[in-house]
Ligand binder design. Structure first.
Ligand code: MCN
Length: 808
């Protein structure tokens, strides 16, 4: 299907499953992670953390630690207040310090830091710090927090940190006119990315320059260095962030590690020596500000008896934990897929962002879209059953059709390209041919036999949209007033640039630098593929390295599934400039007009074959730096000719809409409640695939995380004490190979008309589309018993509970 787009014509490597250059060093143990960074004289830091969910910190007695000969430094909130600033928070009105200020608001909140020669000693010294608490009632349940007398932040006056209600079209009218209204409550448990490598930092302070060099495995260092230099009270150019060559996964979670950067930097400044801190697994699971969405949805769908969806009403509570950290705007991102793939014009959308005594939230793959897609698809299932229409047919009837694309959903986002009904039909064929036939997993006879034995099988297909490449810095813009929004220009809403640099080396190969860091997506390979095509070289002729935050002038980084689009644009820009410079250099050398020479296949030719200069020749001739170029690619995020008024949309417009139709075949053991995914069919469209192998890897990883969120993973809390119940891998259950089904993947390619190569962002897909698909397949399996997966993760325990309730 890849050829269908034709966007790759003339390209040899882009579009091929070129093996990832990153993998050799990762698989052979040569990769460099944060723990490999150990400057001379480096000390290590340990953190004294709150053992209570909610408590006044009456006293922090550091004397025993300070008197100990092995203790190099203890920092408390008093020390921070003397020399530094609070760390910027996601919403105004909250003063957050890197250490608890008078009150601890979650188990694991840092109270003090201790530095010693190594981590073992630092931990021992931390044990000597004596904290006196006066415990308070914790606020644990997000729904109850809205009305609770106990406040997580007294000054805020309420546990509801933010409430927004938006309407698009005329939802009241639609609900009044429709034949019926179906409603449901759906809950999404607290999950997170749990990368293999935990968060870490090595901070160094240079007294002469009063500057910091911070190595850390942060995702999006541009966003975070702002918060670090504000906290440290230094201008940006005196805080240099550098990410090691390899990061063992982030999935959004490592955006929020600025607290560690701040504390280690402060300690390094006080001591005049480098200070290292790398989270252990318990810290990562309980106290690292790294949990993500925990939501309760109440949703209503207005529909007519003929199966037409008329209006949608969304309300949810998102339990953000103790602090409204960046990125609070994940409660708004579902607007980018507000109606999923359905043509519904009239919608109301409201949320309460509440604070509780739990670990604060950060980003996680999908950025809040995943719970929305899950809840909406659950509602669609419930509505279909109430209408007495087959859920697949009900969905298909309401899908946006290919002739409507590009299509603008009511909240302003634009879906670029695809064939949603076609994809659903194709999945129907795949299931008919492979599984609904004799001997297949869904052979009606087999299904019946298994049911008699107490094992219920089912599957459900739905189209699930994945937004990619957000338009501009909407973190600020969401708070901007209406007039400013209405007067935006195209420049205001262009995608933040992505910087790429390249240089011809003396041997004629090319060294390129990425401005931002990867967490495992394979961007070095991607750039090598793209530049090889641009320059007529082999991918192995292109070495790709990273710039640090000071060297890189403009950048944003890998988030919102944007790098495929941004790096294609940047590579084309760098390629054009380099070809042009090399041609001009050769023309000058030969003393001919520029027009007399051509850049072709990795060399510059004069008059066809009269003479030629290789890249190595040109590098040797260059004494003016013409063999080194850089380019800042800004994606015209709103360059949608059909939709000039997209500019007036208040909310970010996502230029690409990848999608998947999944058909997980699930089997529920109704005695134990255990759900097994027997096989996972998936049909995916991310436009032109730049590297199909990487695309498939992204989908596999995303589906594994989606399966975890659907069936296994959850950061539970004791409802009385607020103590976290999942602080080791024994309690926080990640899917392993044992839980993963065979994934049968097929692609359909509808190139995006809005991007350089027709590629659409794909990096969050599986996590967005697998939970909804698995939940709806469970609904199908348990339909005869009247049970639905209305609370994720749908663990065996929950399934059994629901099955028993249904029996009563
Ligand atoms: N790709 C492609 N063809 C396309 C689209 C993408 O070949 N049509 C390739 C790209 O070349 C890139 C990868 O797929 O190597 C993902 O591209 P893209 O969708 O643009 O996403 P980003 O590169 O911007 O990565 C961010 C995205 C997000 S938001 C999260 S969260 C996430 C994810 O990627 N975190 C990850 N995937 C991850 N994968 C790993 N291994 N580790 C993480 O932390």
């Amino acid at each position: 299907g890849q050829e269908a787009g034709g966007e790759l014509e003339g390209r040899s490597f882009t579009g091929q499953s070129v093996r990832r250059f990153e993998d050799r060093r990762i698989l052979t143990g040569e990769a460099e992670y944060i723990h490999d960074v150990t400057p001379p004289n480096c000390l290590e830091m340990a953190i004294v953390r709150s053992v209570h969910a909610h408590a006044e910190v009456v006293d922090v007695d550091t004397s025993a630690a300070e008197d100990h000969p092995d203790c190099e430094l203890v920092l408390t909130i008093d020390d921070l207040k003397e020399s530094y600033n609070p760390q910027p928070c996601g919403l105004e009105g909250y003063e957050e310090w890197s250490l608890a200020d008078g009150k601890a608001r979650f188990v694991g909140e840092p109270i003090a830091v201790v530095v010693a020669a190594d981590r073992y000693l630092a931990e021992d010294m931390a044990d000597l710090v004596d904290v006196t608490y006066e415990t308070l009632d914790p606020v644990v349940d997000g729904m109850a927090a809205r009305e609770a007398d106990t406040l997580v932040h007294e000054d805020a006056g309420s546990n509801v940190a933010d409430n927004v209600r938006l309407t698009f079209g005329d939802p009241d009218g639609a609900f009044a006119d429709a034949d019926r209204v179906v409603e449901g409550t759906y809950e999404w448990g607290r999950v997170s990315g749990v990368p293999l490598e935990t968060a870490g930092v090595v901070a160094q302070y240079d007294e002469d320059g009063d500057s910091f060099h911070i190595d850390c495995n942060i995702q999006l260092h541009t966003l975070v260095d702002d918060t670090v230099y504000e906290t440290l009270g230094r201008p940006a150019d005196r805080v240099e962030l550098n990410v090691p060559a390899d990061v063992g996964g982030s999935f959004g979670t490592k955006i929020a590690i600025h607290r560690y950067c701040n504390l280690a930097s402060m300690a390094a400044e006080q001591l005049g020596r480098p200070v290292k801190f790398v989270e252990d697994r318990i810290e990562n699971l309980q106290g690292g500000d790294m949990h993500c969405s925990e939501r309760t949805y109440e949703m209503r769908l207005a529909c007519d008896d003929d199966g037409t969806m008329r209006g949608l009403d969304v309300w949810f509570v998102d339990d953000f934990g103790a602090w409204p950290h960046y990125p609070v705007n994940q409660v708004l991102k579902p607007l980018s897929v507000l109606t999923n793939a359905y043509a519904i014009d009239d919608v109301a959308y409201e949320y309460d962002l509440v604070l509780t005594n739990k670990t604060a939230q950060t980003a996680y793959r999908g950025f809040g879209v995943d719970p929305h897609q899950y809840a909406l698809e659950m509602l669609v299932d419930d509505a279909a059953r109430e209408l007495g229409i087959d859920p697949t047919e009900f969905r298909r009837r309401n899908l946006v059709t290919p002739d409507q694309l590009p299509y603008r959903i009511p909240s302003g986002n634009i879906y670029d390209s695809g064939d949603y009904p076609g994809a659903m039909d194709r999945m129907g064929e795949i299931l008919d041919e492979n599984e609904r036939c004799e001997g297949g997993l869904l052979d009606p006879e087999v299904v019946e036999e298994r049911r008699e034995e107490g094992f219920y099988r089912g599957t459900q297909t739905a189209v699930l949209i994945e937004p990619g490449v957000s338009g501009s810095d909407w973190t600020d813009r969401q708070r901007t007033d209406d007039e400013t929004l209405a007067n935006r220009t195209r420049e205001d809403v262009a995608e933040l640039p992505e910087h790429l640099r390249a240089e011809v080396k003396p041997d004629g190969t090319v060294l390129a630098w990425l401005a931002t860091d990867s967490s495992g997506q394979g961007h070095q390979t991607l750039v090598a593929q793209l530049l090889a095509d641009e320059l007529g070289l082999l991918p192995s002729d292109i070495e790709v390295d990273y710039l640090d935050s000071v060297e890189a002038p403009t950048e944003y980084g890998s988030a919102a599934s944007r790098m495929a689009v941004m790096l294609s644009g940047a590579s084309v820009g760098v390629g054009e400039r380099l070809r042009e410079n090399l041609a001009a250099l050769a023309a000058d050398h030969w003393g001919v007009e520029r027009e007399a020479v051509d850049y072709r296949d990795g060399r510059v030719e004069l008059g066809g074959i009269d003479d030629a200069l290789s890249l190595a020749d040109l590098a040797a001739l260059d004494d003016e730096g013409r063999t080194r170029v850089s380019y800042d690619y800004e994606h015209p995020a709103t360059d949608f000719p059909e939709f000039d008024d997209a500019l007036t949309s208040k909310y970010p417009v996502y230029p690409t809409a990848a999608y998947a139709v999944n058909a997980p075949i699930v089997e529920v053991d109704v005695e134990t409640g255990e759900v097994e995914v027997l096989k996972f069919y998936t049909l995916r469209d991310c436009g032109t695939m730049l590297n199909p192998m990487i695309v498939e890897g992204q989908a596999h990883g995303g589906i594994a995380q989606g399966l975890g969120a659907a069936l296994m993973e959850e950061f539970g809390y004791d409802q009385d004490s607020g103590q976290p119940q999942a602080i080791t891998m024994f309690d926080y259950l990640l899917p392993s190979t044992k839980n993963m089904p065979d994934i049968e993947m097929e692609h359909t390619v509808h190139p995006s008309p809005f991007t350089e190569t027709g590629a659409k962002g794909v990096g969050e897909g599986g996590m967005i589309d697998a939970p909804a698909a698995i939940a709806c397949s469970i609904n199908d399996a348990l339909e005869p018993l009247g049970v639905t997966a209305d609370r994720l993760p749908f663990t065996a325990h929950r399934a059994r509970k629901r099955l028993r309730e249904a029996e009563e």
